[in-house]
Design a protein around this ligand. Structure first.
Ligand SMILES: Cc1cc2ncn([C@H]3O[C@H](COP(=O)(O)O)[C@@H](O)[C@H]3O)c2cc1C
Ligand SMILES: O=C(O)c1cccnc1
Length: 338
């Protein structure tokens, strides 16, 4: 199933050629990645990966790490933004703890998985955030989630994240993997003030300077040094999801950092990706441009949790409806005039 096949199919439907604009581009991406003209957006799934970050104690976030665990509890209670949007758009949700600080969840609903690899990462401000073994373990957790979703028939996958401090490793990975300067990659995340932003910028610049020399010889180690259990898990989720023939809908800056990692370590994964939106985080545009992706929405959202992807999801439903439910021009007895 090539792009040309899908365009010819769309051109034969009861509508002028190209009249659905970008909706046709989405239809092409769905059909090519799923290798079928009747591509689907159901079954679908959002998997939220949660992890904590040692660098929060270095002053990079406006919020304490304890908020990660509070938001995990809120998602478990079905009361987070991601919970509301997933319900509104009929998208089953799973939540995976890959490295939250604090006590483990004792009794949890079946959509929760305890796959904790560490009690938060070490701070990337003082050395490696994690070693390669832990990076690989987090990647495997994400890959297992993609396998599980694919085994359940999922055609469309969304990854989201929860982890106070995670816009710092996201910025460092963006700088490392796209080559933009640290100062352009950092943003205010969940509300950092000017002083925090300056600290964050310096920490990102230093971490990238330490990791960059390793990138060409040992990319996995360079990426692990910067870290993020949830980002590594998202990368494994995307790489395996693409290999299993699912379409991947990207969220914001942090999920896109996972996408950059996936494409670096599993080249070609990008072919399965659709960018749901452009986050208000200033580095997101560079990350998307590096992947060659044009975001569907630019709504100044800056939450994460998969929220931007969930808001864009109905656009993919519309593209799938066109592929599946529109009659052919010849079937209604009309001939092309365009
Ligand atoms: C209540 C709350 C809910 C969130 N949901 C997602 N994030 C988002 O903000 C955090 C990243 O921003 P930073 O790097 O500045 O800490 C991550 O948890 C991300 O998922 C939240 C943040 C907060 C405070
Ligand atoms: O775009 C994101 O992923 C994002 C932005 C701000 C805070 N957390 C996540």
């Amino acid at each position: 199933m090539t792009e040309t096949d899908v365009r010819s199919y769309l051109d034969a439907l009861a509508k002028p050629r190209g009249s659905l604009g970008r909706l046709e581009d989405i239809a092409v991406r769905l059909a090519v990645t799923q290798r079928r003209i009747d591509a689907r957006t159901r079954p679908r799934r959002i998997v939220l990966f949660a992890g904590d970050h040692g660098c929060v104690s270095d002053g990079v976030s406006a919020w304490p790490s304890a908020v990660t665990g509070m938001m995990v509890a809120t998602i478990l209670a079905g009361q987070a933004t991601s919970s509301a949007l997933a319900r509104a758009h009929d998208c089953p949700l799973r939540l995976v703890d890959v490295g939250v600080f604090g006590p483990r969840i004792a009794a949890a609903p079946s959509f929760f998985r305890d796959a904790r690899i560490g009690d938060g990462t070490a701070s990337l401000a003082h050395g490696a955030a994690m070693d390669v073994a832990r990076f690989d373990a987090a990647w495997q957790v994400g890959a297992q989630e993609a396998d599980r979703a694919a085994d359940d028939g999922a055609a469309l996958l969304i990854a989201g994240e929860m982890g106070i401090g995670n816009t710092t490793p996201a910025a460092a990975l963006t700088a490392l993997l796209t080559g933009v300067a640290a100062a352009e990659a950092v943003g205010r995340g969940a509300g950092a003030d000017d002083a925090m932003l300056a600290v964050k910028s310096q920490i990102v610049a230093d971490a990238v300077a330490r990791a960059a020399p390793l990138l060409s010889t040992d990319p996995m180690r360079a990426i692990a040094m910067i870290g993020g259990y949830e980002i590594a898990a998202i990368a494994g989720f995307f790489a395996r999801g693409a290999a299993r023939g699912a379409t991947l809908l990207l969220d914001g800056y942090v999920a896109t950092a996972g996408a950059l990692v996936a494409e670096r370590l599993a080249p070609g994964t990008v072919a399965a990706m659709i960018a749901g939106h452009r986050s208000a985080e200033p580095g997101h545009a560079a990350a998307l441009a590096h992947l060659g992706l044009d975001p569907l929405l630019d709504w100044h959202m800056r939450l994460g949790e998969g929220s931007g992807a969930l808001v864009a999801l109905p656009l993919l439903d519309a593209a799938a409806a066109v592929l599946n439910d529109v009659v052919r021009l010849d079937a209604i007895g009309a001939e092309r005039a365009d």
